[in-house]
Every structure is written in structure tokens, then in C-alpha cells.
Design a protein around this ligand. Structure first.
Ligand code: DGL
Length: 278
């Protein structure tokens, strides 16, 4: 049987914050990362567009040999994952699997809050989809979810424009809007995989006792658990005990990707430019 890499997908660089944690936890597998930088951000786009873009990316990763794809993007997980899992997969590759980042996060967030009030920061698409209140409500019906969208944050990260007073304004403004909703919020979820890059700036504007939760470690743990429970999928993944291979692909400029990705991952990256059309 042909074995293949684990695919990790995001609209741009954000998924690298998840991949970094996955590599630390499961270093032996081969990985293929795809950033659709040419079409980022996905956050303000319609359900239809996010579904179409995400499906194109997933189909491309399947053609490149990935039996398993992680949507390391909340917007794609909120707006496209269910349709891909329930409708598209049976048609395009019934034995392959696509997993998202929202459910694994919703499953654990209730263990982090004492006050039972949490804040969720995400893209406009993720917030409007209502996915987090719905999913968290399934696992922790007593937890109150306050949401705030942060439309400027992904562009700030994609363009590496977060280290200046202008960026500070947008970060402070969204945090104030969220914290005004309730003084009892004790846990804030960074429900966008781009946001961990902004964590030091976010920290500045929050009370010290508020916990900031990012998803990388949570998703890595859940992936390890998934692979443990699914030997049929494990057997389809290429694995090297001495350390697997990594391939980085972008739909936009490779020089910009390499420079930027290095900041996210802390290691040198040489990416390939790809076109997602079959
Ligand atoms: N990293 C994506 C997420 O987690 C960003 C989406 C975007 O491109 O706006 O939502």
C-alpha cells in the first residue's frame, strides 16, 4: 500500500503555529503543509467561497498523496469541514479523512475555566458561524461563551505588520470590546491559528489572571490520540523513527513564504509554489 504524508492546511501562515506543535509531538511522520496565501484571508469570505477554496486545497493534498488532512484553520473548519466530511468525501476519496480544529478545542476548554465564562477571539467568519458556542455547549452546557471578531488581526499577521503602534490600536480595541462584555471572563481562546503570533501583544492588554489559550498543543494532542485509536489510518501514513520529511507549499510568493514561515516555525523553510487546479 502506498503511504503518504499528513496534510496540514491553512489559508496562510497561521497553520504553521499548529504544525509546530504537531512536529514536536509527532516528529516521525511526513508532513505536507499548504498555505493558500494568494487567497488569504478567508475570514471575511462567504460560506460558499471558503468551502470552494478549502475543497480545492483538500483535493490537491489528496492528489499529492495525503490520506489525512488537518484543516489548521478555524474559518475553514467552521465553514467548510462539515460539508467536506458529510458530502464531498464520499464522492472524492471515501477512505481519506479531513479533521478540523474547533471540536478538539471545544472538548477541552471547559477544563480551563473556573468562572465558567470564556472569551473566543476569531475571524468574522468563525464568530458569525456560531460554531464555538454550539460546540462548547455540547461538551460544557454550563459555560457562557462571549465572542469577538478581530477582522484586522489576520491581515496584520499575513503582512507582518504587527510590530507598531497602529497594530497595537487594533489589538487593544478588540480586547476591550470582549472584556467589556463580562468581568468574569477568565479564559480567552485564540480561535484563529494566526493569533498565537500576537500573543505577547495580547497579553499586554489583559489582566494577569486571565488565561490565554492557543490551539496548537490541543490539536497536536488530539491528533496523537486519533492516530492511536485509528491503526487503519496510521498504516497509511509514512513514518520514519529517526524523523519524517517536511514539504512546504504556497499558492503565492515562495521567498516571502520562506522568510515568514521561519519566524513561525523557528527553522529554515524552502517552499514550493503550487497551483491548486487539477
Ligand atoms: N488561520 C485562519 C483561522 O484559524 C485564518 C483565517 C483567515 O484567513 O482569515 O481562522
Amino acid at each position: 500500500m502506498q503511504q503518504g504524508p499528513i496534510g496540514v492546511f491553512d489559508s496562510g501562515y497561521g497553520g504553521l503555529t499548529v504544525l509546530r506543535e504537531i512536529l514536536g509531538r509527532l516528529p516521525g511522520y511526513d508532513y505536507l503543509y499548504l498555505g493558500d496565501n494568494a487567497r488569504a484571508p478567508y475570514g471575511p469570505r462567504s460560506f460558499e467561497t471558503v468551502h470552494r477554496y478549502t475543497l480545492e486545497a483538500v483535493e490537491w493534498m489528496f492528489r499529492e498523496g495525503c490520506p489525512l488532512v488537518i484543516l489548521a484553520c478555524n474559518t475553514a473548519s467552521a465553514k467548510a469541514l462539515r460539508t467536506i466530511q458529510q458530502r464531498d468525501l464520499t464522492r472524492i476519496a471515501p477512505d481519506n479523512r479531513v479533521l478540523g480544529v474547533i471540536r478538539p478545542t471545544a472538548e477541552v476548554i471547559g477544563h480551563h475555566t473556573r468562572t465558567r465564562e470564556v472569551g473566543v477571539l476569531g475571524t468574522t467568519g468563525t464568530v458569525r458561524s456560531g460554531s464555538y458556542p454550539i460546540e462548547i455547549g455540547r461538551f460544557f452546557p454550563d459555560v457562557v461563551v462571549h465572542q469577538q471578531d478581530c477582522p484586522m488581526w489576520v491581515p496584520l499577521v499575513e503582512h507582518r505588520a504587527y510590530d507598531n503602534p497602529g497594530a497595537d490600536h487594533f489589538i487593544r480595541d478588540c480586547l476591550h470590546r470582549l472584556m467589556r462584555r463580562s468581568a468574569s471572563i477568565d479564559t480567552i481562546l485564540l480561535a484563529c491559528t494566526h493569533y498565537p503570533v500576537l500573543a505577547p501583544l495580547i497579553r499586554r492588554y489583559l489582566p494577569e489572571d486571565v488565561c490565554i489559550l492557543d490551539q496548537g498543543g490541543i490539536v497536536a494532542d488530539r491528533l496523537a490520540d486519533y492516530l492511536h485509536r485509528h491503526p487503519e489510518m496510521r498504516s497509511r501514513l509514512s513514518y520514519h523513527p529517526e524523523g519524517g520529511g517536511r514539504r512546504y507549499c504556497t499558492t503565492d510568493d515562495t521567498d516571502a513564504f520562506d522568510e515568514h514561515a521561519c519566524l513561525f516555525l523557528g527553522e529554515e523553510v524552502r517552499s514550493e509554489h503550487v497551483s491548486l487546479q487539477a
